[in-house]
Write a protein that binds this ligand. Structure first.
Ligand code: ADP
Ligand code: ASP
Ligand code: MG
Length: 403
C-alpha cells in the first residue's frame, strides 16, 4: 500500500537513530509498500536554532527565522536519504517546496493552503523512496515558511491526504496515545483507539504528542492516522471516527498545558464593542486566546481576564499597551506561573456531573481553580503552575483512567 511514515525529533536524534529509521523504512519497502517519509529535525535542534537567532536579536525577522529553522529538517531528510541509498534503495530528499507544499505567508505559524504532489508522485512511480523535510513550505512568492512548533506532524498528514495514502504513521518516543502524558503519570494507559474529536481537544489543550492542526487536518481529509513508537514494534493508537469506537468512556484523557500565561485587564471601559475590539486585535496577530473571564467592577468598568500561550505573551502585551494608551483600560497584570489542566471525553456529552467531580477533585487537593472553561467534551481549569502534576495525577485517579 501507499503510506506516509513520519519520524519525530527523538527518533532521528542522532546518527544511530537515523540508521534505525532507515532500517525501519527498508522493512516497510521490502514488505511491498510505497512510502513517503517525513522527518523532523534532530531533537533539540530547532530550539538551538531559535537560540542562535536570539543571540543577535530579541525580535529577529520572522522570515529569516523560518529560513533558519527549516534547515534542521533538511539535514535529517538528506541524511536519511543518504543512509537508505547506501542500503541500495533509490531515494530522493525534498524540501517543503520540492514536495509542492504551498502555505500562507504567516511566518513561523503558516497554514498549508495546497499541496501539488506532482514531484512526489513522479518519484514514487520511478520506484523511489521519497524523504520530505517536515515543518516547512513556501508561500506564493516562493519564500520559505514554517508550520508552527510540532509542524512536521502536519506535513505528514497533509501529504498523506494529497497523495491519497492509505495510512499515515507518526513514529515518536512513546508507543501511542495515553490517557495522560506517561512522563507525568506512570500509571497512564495506552489507548487502542481515540476519536479525532477527542484527540483534537487533547492536542489543543497541551498533549504535544500530536500537533493539533495535524489532527484537524486528518479529520477533515479522513486520513487513517496511527501514532506508534520508533523504538519498538508495539501496536500504536489509531485516531479515527467516533462511530468506529465501540466503548465510549466518560473521560478519555487528561491534558496539561504549562505554556500558558494569564492576562488581566483591569478597569476596561464598559461600552458595547470593547471586547470585540480587543479580541479582534489579538486575533489579527494570530494570538491564541483561550479561557476568557469577564467580571463587573464596582465603578462601572469591567475586568477581563484571558489566557494566551506564554510565547505569545509579549505580542499580547504590546496590544494591551495600545488600549491603555487610548484610556480604554486602566491597568493590566500578567502572570506566567499558571497552567491549564483539562479532562476530555465524548462520554461527557451524555453525562452530568463530570465538571462537578473535577472541581471536587481539585478541592480535595486544596488546589485553587482560577478560571474555568467547558465545552461539550472538555473541562479546563486554570491553576497555579506548581500544582500541575498533582492536578493531573488526581484527575487521572478520580476518573479511574488507570483501570
Ligand atoms: P516527536 O519529537 O516525536 O514529535 P513529541 O515530543 O512532540 O515527539 O511528542 C511525544 C511526547 O508527547 C511524549 O514523549 C510524551 O511525553 C508527550 N505526551 C503528552 N501527552 C501525551 C499523551 N496523552 N500520550 C502520549 N504522549 C504524550
Ligand atoms: N522541528 C520542529 C519543532 O521542533 C518541527 C517538528 O519537530 O515537528 O517544533
Ligand atoms: Mg512532536
Amino acid at each position: 500500500m501507499l503510506m506516509v511514515q513520519k519520524f519525530g525529533g527523538t527518533s532521528v536524534g542522532d546518527l544511530d537513530r537515523i540508521q534505525n529509521v532507515a532500517n525501519r523504512v527498508q522493512k516497510t519497502v521490502q514488505a511491498g509498500n510505497d512510502v513517503v517519509v517525513v522527518v523532523s529535525a534532530m531533537s533539540g535542534e530547532t530550539n538551538k536554532l531559535v537560540g542562535y537567532a536570539e543571540h543577535f536579536s530579541k525580535t529577529p525577522s520572522v522570515a529569516e527565522v523560518d529560513m533558519l529553522l527549516s534547515s534542521g529538517e533538511r539535514v535529517t531528510a538528506s541524511l536519511l536519504s543518504i543512509a537508505l541509498n547506501e542500503m541500495g534503495h533509490p531515494t530522493i530528499a525534498m524540501t517543503g517546496r520540492q514536495a509542492g507544499i504551498l502555505t500562507t505567508s504567516k511566518h513561523t505559524k503558516a497554514r498549508i493552503e495546497d499541496i501539488n504532489p506532482t514531484n512526489m508522485k513522479k518519484a514514487l512511480s520511478e520506484g523511489k523512496i521519497v524523504v520530505v523535510a517536515g515543518f516547512q513550505g513556501v508561500n506564493e512568492e516562493g519564500i520559505v515558511t514554517t508550520l508552527g512548533r510540532g509542524g512536521s506532524d502536519l506535513s505528514a498528514v497533509a501529504i498523506a491526504g494529497a497523495i491519497g495514502a492509505q495510512l499515515c504513521e507518526i513514529y515518536t518516543d512513546v508507543d501511542g496515545i495515553y490517557t495522560t502524558d506517561p512522563r507525568i503519570e506512570p500509571h497512564a494507559k495506552k489507548l487502542d483507539k481515540i476519536s479525532y474529536e477527542e484527540m483534537l481537544e487533547l492536542a489543543s489543550l497541551g498533549a504535544k504528542v500530536l500537533q493539533s492542526r495535524s489532527v484537524e487536518m486528518a479529520k477533515k481529509l479522513n486520513v487513517n492516522l496511527v501514532t506508534r513508537s520508533s523504538f519498538s514494534d508495539a501496536e500504536g493508537t489509531l485516531i479515527t471516527k467516533e462511530e468506529d469506537i465501540m466503548e465510549q468512556p466518560l473521560v478519555s484523557g487528561v491534558a496539561l498545558d504549562r505554556n500558558q500565561a494569564r492576562v488581566s485587564l483591569i478597569g476596561v471601559a464598559d461600552r458595547p464593542g470593547i471586547a470585540a475590539d480587543i479580541f479582534t486585535t489579538l486575533a489579527n496577530d494570530e494570538i491564541n486566546v483561550d479561557v476568557i473571564l469577564q467580571t463587573v467592577a464596582h465603578d462601572g468598568t469591567t475586568n477581563i481576564d484571558f489566557t494566551v500561550p506564554t510565547n505569545e505573551l509579549e505580542m499580547a502585551k504590546n496590544i494591551v499597551k495600545i488600549f491603555e494608551e487610548r484610556d480604554e483600560i486602566k491597568s493590566a497584570d500578567f502572570n506566567e506561573s499558571i497552567a491549564k489542566v483539562s479532562i476530555v471525553g465524548v462520554g461527557m456529552k451524555s453525562h452530568a456531573g463530570v465538571a462537578a467531580k473535577a472541581f471536587a477533585t481539585m478541592a480535595e487537593e486544596n488546589i485553587n481553580i482560577r478560571m474555568i472553561s467547558t465545552s461539550e467534551i472538555k473541562v479546563s481549569m486554570v491553576i497555579e503552575e506548581k500544582y500541575s502534576e498533582l492536578a493531573v495525577r488526581s484527575l487521572h485517579n478520580a476518573f479511574e483512567l488507570d483501570k
